[in-house]
Design a protein around this ligand. Structure first.
Ligand code: LRH
Ligand code: MN
Length: 397
């Protein structure tokens, strides 16, 4: 029930405050770096190139939003010396007040992975891939990070060039060994993607394949849903409902897209999609929800990287607040034709005023994006990093 001033009062205000108090979303280190498409990248003077700069930027986003206390790390990009970088990462955690989040192994860059990594016909190459996964598990353990988040780019480009069936076997072996190396409290998340960089078959292409591989690996393996990794028209919230029902949902990589894995900013194309996903999440018990990690996985090619990241966290908070307004008891009791209005109605509520109230009540800037601009942070990092970034060229071929 909104007051005349459109302010939320009573139960609804508490619902939004409680939802925002528990809402946390992880930022990706690579979201602060100069990234692009295969046709090149447009560099930004303020982009982060060192892991310290990535922690500094993540620290700023968390200070402005109060909702992103962890940063996802990509092993080869952020820990080139592997375990040798752990001490430095611990120092940066203390200095910038953000903790290491999910550890993302990288099995898609090295030349030897041309025909795959954990699904490669060569046992020696599968062994090298396993070694990198075990290193990543070790790094996660030493950093006290819970999740090792696996995206496997493996696949093929032409029919008949690979045995899809034998590759399943090889993947299972490596994923089982990786699972069994996980320490107390550690999990492995299996991310699926229908295509790119492979364009005929991808070994872990959909939620069913990821689910089966996770289950066969063991109880510490769960499925990761990247919202950009679905064919057009896929009902993603139905997949989420299934994975929640099965207790196999480990987390999300949130972004938005118009066509394929466009990695655009969350809610920029289809905010109702994220609202529907959040509704499924808020429809289960606190314990079931506790194990679901929210992470951002975007590449900011044209938007300012800091602005895009702050905007993304703010948009996610607003959509989560809207989903918190759905009266799920009423929804359960209502007949068919009324449910949509009860559901849709929450989406159309303007929650920005009550979310601003929550920020102020928690000692945070009421308008994080405005506060970012007023802080002069982007100008500062552009001054400090500009000359270095100007030297970084980008070309497709
Ligand atoms: C693959 C992916 C994966 C990350 C990469 C940066 O498309 O979603 O999660 O490793 O983007
Ligand atoms: Mn992803």
């Amino acid at each position: 029930m909104t007051t005349s001033a459109g302010q939320f009062a009573g139960r609804e205000r508490e619902q939004v405050f409680a939802a925002l108090d528990s809402f946390r979303i992880e930022v990706p280190s690579w979201g602060f770096a100069n990234t692009g498409t295969r046709f090149g990248k447009f560099t930004q003077g303020g982009a982060a190139t060192t892991i310290e700069e990535k922690f500094a930027d993540a620290g700023q986003v968390n200070a402005l939003t109060g909702a992103s206390p962890t940063i996802a790390l990509h092993v080869l990009w952020d820990l080139p010396k592997g375990k040798g970088d752990v001490a430095e990462i611990r120092r940066l955690e203390r200095q910038y007040g953000v903790r290491s989040g999910s550890i993302n192994p990288n099995l898609f860059q090295d030349q030897e992975y041309k025909y795959g990594s954990i699904a490669n016909p060569s046992a020696e190459i599968r062994g090298n891939a396993l070694a990198h996964l075990l290193d990543s598990v070790e790094i996660g353990r030493e950093l006290g990070a819970t999740d090792v988040s696996l995206w496997i780019a493996d696949g093929s480009n032409y029919p008949g060039t690979q045995s899809v069936r034998r590759r399943i076997e090889w993947m299972q072996e490596v994923l089982k060994l990786t699972h069994d190396a996980l320490g107390e409290g550690q999990r492995m998340l299996v991310e699926y993607k229908p295509f790119e960089p492979a364009f005929y078959h991808t070994d872990i292409a959909d939620w069913g394949m990821a689910l089966e591989l996770a289950r066969r690996a063991g109880p510490k393996a769960k499925v990761l849903v990247d919202t950009g990794h679905h064919y057009q028209g896929t009902n993603i919230e139905q997949i989420v409902a299934w994975l929640l029902r099965l207790g196999e949902l480990g987390g999300f990589h949130f972004n938005d897209r118009k066509y394929a894995d466009d990695d655009l900013t969350l809610g920029s194309i289809d905010p109702y999609q994220v609202f529907r996903i959040f509704h499924e999440i808020l429809s289960v018990s606190d314990e079931e929800r506790a194990g679901v990690a929210f992470m951002i996985d975007q590449s900011h090619n044209l938007k300012g990287k800091m602005e895009a990241m702050v905007q993304t966290v703010v948009t996610a908070q607003e959509l989560y607040a809207k989903a918190a307004l759905v009266d799920r008891e009423q929804l359960a009791g209502l007949q068919q034709e009324c449910t949509e209005e009860c559901f849709r109605g929450a989406f159309w509520q303007d929650v920005r005023p009550v979310v601003r109230e929550w920020r102020v009540a928690r000692g945070l800037p009421a308008e994080p994006l405005k506060a970012l601009v007023e802080s002069g942070y982007v100008e500062k990092i552009t001054r400090e990093r500009g000359s270095k970034n100007a030297r970084s060229v980008s070309s497709y071929a």
